[in-house]
Design a protein around this ligand. Structure first.
Ligand SMILES: Cc1ncc(C[n+]2csc(CCOP(=O)(O)OP(=O)(O)O)c2C)c(N)n1
Ligand code: SF4
Ligand SMILES: [Mg+2]
Length: 291
């Protein structure tokens, strides 16, 4: 397990130079992740960082953790397999709004109900950045893009409400407009003993709209703490989450004060229970031969 060494943010920064567009919000997100990991202090070789495909999904490569830039929409099943195989690893998953809520959307409910101790960070820029600016599931209705010249006819999904409705025990939102706050939220999510979801409004400077750039986001940001929100109140969290797209609430919407056991804990307990009546290893072959 963890060494007693002290880690700094720079210890989690790889030598790979990001190829994001200058000004992309994802630069700040990776900084926030470095800071959060340094505060937690697990050595990089004890961290597995899994992503899907998209601009945002490049993020594991910019850290010194073990990383896997997997398949579009499949970060979560792979992260769960890794956590199951080695529950002592700190497992992070990350990706874009398209990756997480469109092609990968079907995996969310199952990870939430399984409650594995994985932190999932979505860089929500309301667009498909990597493939050059098509509509994403969080694009606002009426949004014009190269694939929707006359404006989108679809309602956007609400990631915060999705997660709360699925029963997630930790749901938060952050933004690069407040880097220190974002790092603190990521740290809190990682420390939470169970599945934790952080939606990060991360501006796409190349294909994003004016209102979704730093200035526009700053204008609608509101700290949940300053509003006096109680993060133990799930219904109040759902109420606030309805304002996704009009207000940008920063902070923890919901943190279950009594988090239930994780899936990996339950599996370990069951294994221990089953092993009580199991034949000794050296006799297993004999048992097969007798049959
Ligand atoms: C199975 C599959 N379908 C489609 C694609 C093409 N594709 C790659 S990334 C992407 C969307 C990226 O958008 P998002 O997940 O929001 O990430 P961003 O680039 O905005 O960070 C798409 C459609 C793919 N790589 N694989
Ligand atoms: S296209 Fe958008 S999301 Fe992708 S790197 Fe450029 S600014 Fe960032
Ligand atoms: Mg996107």
């Amino acid at each position: 397990m963890s060494a007693t060494l002290e880690y700094q943010a720079k210890d989690y920064k790889s030598e790979l130079k990001p190829i994001w567009c200058p000004g992309c919000g994802d630069y700040s997100v990776v900084q926030g992740i470095y800071r959060a990991l340094a505060a937690i202090g697990r050595p990089p070789h004890e961290i597995a960082f899994i992503s899907g495909i998209g601009c945002s999904s490049r993020i594991p490569g910019y850290t010194t953790a073990y990383g896997f830039n997997t398949v579009h929409g499949r970060a979560l099943p792979i992260a769960q397999g890794i956590k199951m195989a080695n529950p002592d690893l700190l497992v992070l998953a990350a990706g874009g709004d398209g990756d997480g809520f469109s092609i990968g959307g079907g995996h969310l409910a199952h990870l939430v109900r399984r409650n594995m101790d994985i932190t999932y960070i979505v860089m929500d820029n309301q667009i498909y950045g990597l493939t050059k600016g098509q509509l994403s599931p969080t694009s606002q209705k009426g949004r014009q893009t190269c694939t929707s010249r006359f404006g989108s006819l679809e309602e956007p999904v609400n990631p915060l409400l999705y997660m709360l409705a699925y029963g997630a025990h930790f749901v938060a939102q952050a933004c690069p407009t407040d880097l220190a706050g974002m790092a603190a939220i990521i740290e809190e999510a990682i420390r939470f003993p169970g599945f934790a979801f952080v939606n990060i409004q991360s501006p796409c400077v190349t294909y994003g709209e004016e209102a979704q750039q730093m200035k526009g986001l700053k204008a609608i940001q509101e700290s949940l703490k300053a509003l006096g929100h109680d993060p133990a109140d799930r219904l109040a969290a759902m109420d606030l989450a309805q304002q996704y797209g009009t207000k940008m609430h920063l902070g923890v919407f919901y943190r279950n004060p009594e988090p239930p056991a994780t899936y990996e804990q339950l599996v370990r307990e069951r294994q221990a229970e089953q092993m009580k009546n199991a034949a000794p290893r050296e006799r297993i072959l004999d048992l097969f031969i007798k049959k």
